[in-house]
Ligand binder design. Structure first.
Ligand code: AMP
Length: 190
């Protein structure tokens, strides 16, 4: 794989461990891990205009609207540290967002190099989700997040498979083992 082929999307259900994996992998590749969930939580914590607008949607486990997300992602990917690559964690989450991402990248004459899906059995996902329950999360919110994922985000698997970009990694192993599998998928030896 060429040095610069580092425009990567990570897919995986909430609780699949993809956030942990994204941070490790981005570090190894020397590219930023761009977590939209983290960016939005920071906006809410800051009490910015954006944060106040999206707070209730986030707290319900529903998705923030595509237009808002397009602005957030476009601005983030335009930063200098993302010029050589990025690891997107939590975006895209709908087919519409996938189309938006393609057009954002088109504008800089770049495109995605790979999509890595972290797969974990559903029962394990539910167990982990309840385990890492955030303070303000109720079981209902967690279940809603999983429903939203199944309905809106799961179709991205087929989309990226059709584009020949999808690699699947078994996420039901230790953090180190999953990380190793991801690096192998990318052809990285670090
Ligand atoms: P996450 O940390 O990725 O699970 O994201 C936490 C919450 O942020 C989600 O439940 C959504 O409300 C919101 N969010 C994060 N990324 C997106 C996205 N790509 N599209 C819409 N909403 C998002």
């Amino acid at each position: 794989m060429a040095d610069e082929a580092n425009r990567i999307v990570l897919l995986g259900a909430p609780g699949s461990g993809k956030g942990t994996q994204a941070a490790l992998l981005a570090d190894a590749l020397g590219i930023p891990a761009v977590s939209t969930g983290e960016m939005l939580r920071a906006a809410v914590a800051e009490g910015s205009k954006l944060g106040r607008r999206i707070e209730s949607v986030m707290n319900s486990g529903d998705l923030v609207d595509n237009e808002t997300m397009a602005t957030v992602v476009r601005e983030r990917l335009a930063k200098a540290d993302a010029a050589k690559g990025f690891l997107l964690d939590g975006y895209p989450r709908t087919l519409g967002q996938a189309a938006t991402l393609e057009s954002i990248l088109d504008d800089t004459e770049t495109s995605l190099d790979m999509v890595i899906q972290v797969e974990v059995p559903e029962a394990e996902i539910v167990r982990r989700a309840l385990d890492r329950q955030r303070e303000d999360d109720t079981e209902e919110v967690i279940k809603n997040r999983l429903r939203v994922y199944e309905k809106k985000t799961a179709p991205l698997t087929d989309h990226y498979m059709e584009l020949g970009l999808l690699q699947t990694v078994d996420g039901n192993h230790s953090v180190d083992e999953v990380q190793e599998a991801m690096r192998a998928a990318l052809g990285v030896t670090v």
